[in-house]
Design a protein around this ligand. Structure first.
Ligand code: PLP
Length: 430
C-alpha cells in the first residue's frame, strides 16, 4: 500500500498545524509513530485516502458515525439546512423536535440544553451541579475521559483519599485539588472517597459503560451502589454518555442498565456527524441554568439547525427495527473470528464487546479497570494496527480505543476484515 500523498500532506500539515493534526488522538503517537492517513472521502462503511487506498472503517470517527458515511437520509437533512440557513441566531422548531425525540428515548432528560461538543456538555454539568449543591469537588474514575476542560484533565492521586494532580500543563494545582479520582469497578475505593470527601462533593461523574480505556462494563450492582452513596452525601450523579448514548440501544446506557442519573452529558452520535453536545436531567437541577437560574452557559452555534436536523435524521435511522440486533450480529461474528485466530496463533487476547462496539486487548486477563487496560501489550497492538492498516482495515491508533461498527458494514466487510486479521495475527506470531 502506498501512502505517498498522505506523507506529503502530513509534512505540509506539520508546518501549518500544531503536530499536523487538529486532535492529538489522530496522530500515530499511540502506535509508535508514523504518518496518519489523510482521507479524501467516506462512503458507507469505507474510507478512501488521498492515494486512493480503500479501508474498512472501524474508527467511526471515534464514535459518532454509527450510520456510516454520507448516509442519504442524513445528507438530505444537512442539505436542506444548508439551503435554508445553517445558523439563524434565533430559536427554531428543530430544537423542540430534537429535544422531544431525545426525551422520549431517554426519560431522565426532563429538560435539556444543546451545546457544541461533548467537552462543553460535561463541563457544564459540573458547573450546574456546583450551582445546585453549593459544593465544589467532583469525584471521577480513573481512565475515563470527559473532554478537555480543566477539571477533567486531572490525574488520580495516590489513593481515593488523596486529591488529584494536573494531567496537562496549564491546569492549575488549585483546580486539581477539586478532583478526586478513583478506580472504576472498585466500590470500596469509591466508598472511601465519599466518606472522606462527600461533604464537599458536588458531583460524581462517570461513564456508565466505559469507552475510553477500551470498552468496560460496570460490574453488577456497581452503578446502583454509586448512585446510593452519591445521594447519601447530597451530591449529584452525572453520567457521561457522550460515547454510549444511542450506541447500544435506541436510548442511552442508563436505559439498559436501569440506573438513572441526575444529569446526563451526550454528544457524538446525536449529531449525525455534525458538531454537537447536549446535557440534561432533573428539572429542578436544570433550572439552575441561565436564563432561569444563576449558572451561566451560552453558545453562538448551540442548537444550530444543521446539527439539529442531522441529529434528528440520525435518530430516525436508528429507531428502525433491528438496527442494534444487526450491529450485535456483526460484532459477534468479528469477536468470534478474532478470538479463534488469536488462539490459532497463540496470541493472548481478551475482547470486551457490547453490540457493535468492542476492544481487543493483548492480554489474557479480564479487563475491568484502567490498570487492566494499561497492561494490554502496546507493542503487539501497534504491530497489529499497522498490519491491519496495510491490509485496508482502519482501526483507531491506540490500544485504549474501541472498534465501532456501523449500520453500513456488510457480511462481506466482516469476512474481509477477518482475512486481514488472520494475516495480522500471523505476523505477530512470527
Ligand atoms: N466524554 C466522553 C466519554 C468522550 O469519549 C469524549 C470524547 O471522546 C468527550 C466526553 C468529549 O467530547 P468532544 O470530543 O466532543 O468534546
Amino acid at each position: 500500500m502506498s501512502y505517498e500523498k498522505s506523507v506529503e500532506l502530513y509534512n505540509e500539515a506539520c508546518d501549518l498545524i500544531v503536530g499536523g493534526v487538529n486532535s492529538p488522538s489522530r496522530s500515530f503517537k499511540g502506535v509508535g509513530g508514523g504518518t496518519p492517513v489523510f482521507m479524501k472521502e467516506g462512503r458507507g462503511a469505507h474510507l478512501f485516502d488521498e492515494d486512493n487506498n480503500r479501508y474498512i472503517d472501524y474508527l467511526g470517527a471515534y464514535g459518532p458515525i454509527i450510520t456510516g458515511h454520507g448516509h442519504p437520509h442524513i445528507a438530505e437533512a444537512i442539505n436542506e439546512a444548508a439551503r435554508t440557513g445553517t445558523l439563524l441566531g434565533t430559536p427554531t422548531k428543530w430544537e423542540n423536535v430534537f429535544s422531544k425525540k431525545l426525551k422520549d428515548a431517554v426519560p431522565s432528560l426532563e429538560k435539556v440544553r444543546f451545546v457544541n461538543s461533548g467537552t462543553e456538555a460535561v463541563m457544564t454539568t459540573i458547573r450546574v451541579a456546583r450551582a445546585y449543591t453549593g459544593k465544589h469537588k467532583i469525584i471521577k474514575f480513573e481512565g475515563c475521559y470527559h473532554g478537555h476542560s480543566d477539571l477533567v484533565l486531572v490525574a488520580a492521586g495516590s489513593g481515593p483519599s488523596t486529591l488529584g494532580s494536573p494531567d496537562s500543563a496549564g491546569v492549575t494545582p488549585n483546580i486539581a485539588a477539586e478532583v478526586i479520582t478513583v478506580p472504576f469497578n472498585d466500590i470500596d475505593s469509591f466508598r472511601e472517597a465519599i466518606d472522606r470527601w462527600g461533604d464537599e462533593t458536588a458531583a460524581v461523574l462517570i461513564e456508565p459503560i466505559v469507552g475510553n480505556f477500551g470498552l468496560v462494563e460496570p460490574e453488577p450492582g456497581y452503578l446502583e451502589e454509586i448512585k446510593k452513596l452519591t445521594h447519601e452525601s447530597d451530591s449529584l450523579l452525572i453520567f457521561d454518555e457522550v460515547i454510549t448514548a444511542f450506541r447500544f440501544t435506541y436510548g442511552a446506557a442508563q436505559n439498559m442498565l436501569q440506573v438513572e442519573p441526575d444529569m446526563t452529558a451526550m454528544g457524538k452520535i446525536i449529531g449525525g456527524g455534525l458538531p454537537i453536545g447536549a446535557y440534561g436531567g432533573r428539572v429542578d437541577v436544570m433550572e439552575q441554568v441561565a436564563p432561569l437560574g444563576p449558572a451561566y452557559q451560552a453558545g453562538t452555534m448551540s442548537g444550530n439547525p444543521a446539527s439539529m436536523r442531522a441529529g434528528i435524521a440520525c435518530l430516525e435511522v436508528l429507531e428502525k427495527d433491528g438496527v442494534y440486533d444487526t450491529l450485535d450480529r456483526l460484532g459477534e461474528r468479528l469477536e468470534t473470528g478474532l478470538l479463534e485466530q488469536a488462539e490459532k496463533y497463540s496470541i493472548p487476547v481478551t475482547i470486551n464487546r457490547l453490540k457493535g462496539m468492542f476492544t481487543i486487548y493483548f492480554t489474557d486477563e479480564t479487563v475491568k479497570d484502567y490498570k487492566g487496560a494499561e497492561r494490554s501489550n502496546s507493542e503487539r497492538f501497534s504491530i497489529f494496527f499497522k498490519e491491519m492498516l496495510d491490509r485496508g482495515v482502519h482501526l483507531a491508533p491506540s490500544k485504549y480505543e474501541a472498534w465501532f461498527l456501523t449500520t453500513e458494514h456488510s457480511n462481506e466487510d466482516i469476512e474481509d476484515t477477518l482475512e486481514a486479521s488472520d494475516q495480522a495475527f500471523a505476523a505477530l506470531s512470527s
